[in-house]
Design a protein around this ligand. Structure first.
Ligand SMILES: Nc1ncnc2c1ncn2[C@@H]1O[C@H](COP(=O)(O)OP(=O)(O)OP(=O)(O)O)[C@@H](O)[C@H]1O
Ligand SMILES: [Mg+2]
Length: 278
C-alpha cells in the first residue's frame, strides 16, 4: 500500500495558518488588506486583550453575496486573479485565497456582510474551520469580521504569544503604517479602554503625518525625493498598492544620514510607489 495521502482540508488549513497567522497583528494585516482591496473608505478596528480575545474589523467596502461569503472560506478561493497571467499585473494586496480559511481554522470567526445593492446580508459563523451557522441578516453594506479566541484550538501556538501590551503595540504600529499609506481613507483603532487611532480622511501624506505623529514631528521632517530608478518623485498622492514593509538596512542608513540631535533614533517615513505597468 502506498504511503502518500492527501491531507484533509481542515488539516491543510491549519498548516497554512502557521504561515499566514503568526500573531494577532497578522490577522489584522490580512483583514485590513482585504478591506482595502474591497474599496473601503472607512475601516474600524476594535481589539481586546491585545487581539488575543477579540479582533473586529468593520468596513464599508463592496461586501459579499451569500455565495461569495461561503466561498471565501475555501482554500485558494479568490476574486482577485483568474489566471497565471494575472499574476504579472496583480494590483491588489492579496491574491492567494488563503487568509480567511487560515484565520478561520484557528479562531472562532463571524462574518457579517452585505454586497452593494443587495437587499439583505449574510452572517456566517465558523468555529475552528467548521461552518456551524449561515443566516440571512439585515446588515449595513460592507463587511464586518469578528475573530475571537485566536489559537484556541492550537494551544502550543497560543503559548508563544507575548503580553497583551506587546501584541497591541504590534497592531497599533501596523494600523498606523496603513493609515499613513492611505491618507484618503478613514481609519480607527480602538482597544477596550482607549481610542488608539482616529484618523479621518485628509488631503495628503503630510496632513496624515500631522494627524498621527503631531506637529513637532511633521515640522522636523525634511521632504526627500528619489528620482531613479523610481519613476515617481515627491510625496505620493493616490496609490493603488500600499503595504507595509520593514527594512532594517534602510532604517540604519537613514539614522546614520540624518542623526537626530534630540534622541538616539531618527524618524523617517519613506513612501515607495510601484507601478504595475511593464
Ligand atoms: N472585507 C471584505 N470585503 C469584500 N470581500 C472580501 C473581504 N474580505 C475578503 N473578501 C473576499 O474573500 C476572498 C478571500 O479572501 P482571502 O483574504 O482569503 O483571500 P485573498 O485576499 O483573495 O488572497 P490572500 O490570501 O492573499 O489574502 C477575497 O478574494 C475577496 O473576494
Ligand atoms: Mg486577503
Amino acid at each position: 500500500m502506498g504511503r502518500i495521502h492527501v491531507l484533509p482540508e481542515h488539516v491543510a488549513n491549519k498548516i497554512a495558518a502557521g504561515e499566514v497567522v503568526e500573531r494577532p497583528a497578522s490577522v489584522v494585516k490580512e483583514l485590513l488588506e482585504n478591506s482595502l482591496d474591497a474599496g473601503s473608505t472607512r475601516i474600524r478596528i476594535q481589539v481586546e486583550a491585545g487581539g488575543k480575545r477579540l479582533i473586529q474589523i468593520t468596513d464599508n467596502g463592496c461586501g459579499m453575496t451569500r455565495d461569495d461569503a461561503l466561498l471565501a472560506f475555501e482554500r485558494h478561493a479568490t476574486s482577485k486573479i483568474q489566471s497565471a497571467e494575472d499574476l504579472l499585473t496583480v494590483a491588489t494586496l492579496g491574491f492567494r485565497g488563503e487568509a480567511l480559511p487560515s484565520i478561520a481554522s484557528v479562531s472562532r470567526l463571524k462574518l457579517e456582510t452585505r454586497a452593494l445593492g443587495e437587499s439583505s446580508g449574510t452572517m456566517v459563523e465558523i468555529n475552528g474551520g467548521k461552518i456551524f451557522r449561515v443566516e440571512e441578516a439585515g446588515l449595513p453594506e460592507g463587511t464586518a469580521i469578528t475573530v475571537r479566541d485566536l489559537f484556541f484550538n492550537t494551544p502550543a501556538r497560543k503559548k508563544f504569544l507575548k503580553a497583551e501590551s506587546t501584541e497591541l503595540s504590534h497592531i497599533a504600529s501596523l494600523v498606523t503604517h496603513y493609515a499613513l499609506a492611505h491618507p484618503d481613507k478613514h481609519f480607527e483603532l480602538h482597544s477596550a479602554t482607549n481610542a488608539i487611532l482616529v484618523a479621518p480622511p485628509v488631503a495628503d501624506s503630510g496632513q496624515r503625518v500631522y494627524q498621527v505623529f503631531g506637529k513637532e514631528v511633521l515640522d522636523q521632517l525634511i521632504p526627500v525625493a528619489a528620482l531613479q530608478p523610481l519613476e515617481r518623485i515627491g510625496l505620493p498622492s493616490a496609490k493603488i498598492w500600499s503595504r507595509r514593509k520593514k527594512n532594517r538596512l534602510a532604517s540604519c542608513a537613514l539614522t546614520a544620514s540624518f542623526p537626530n540631535p534630540k534622541s538616539k533614533s531618527s524618524i523617517a517615513i519613506p513612501f515607495t510607489c510601484l507601478s504595475t505597468d511593464a
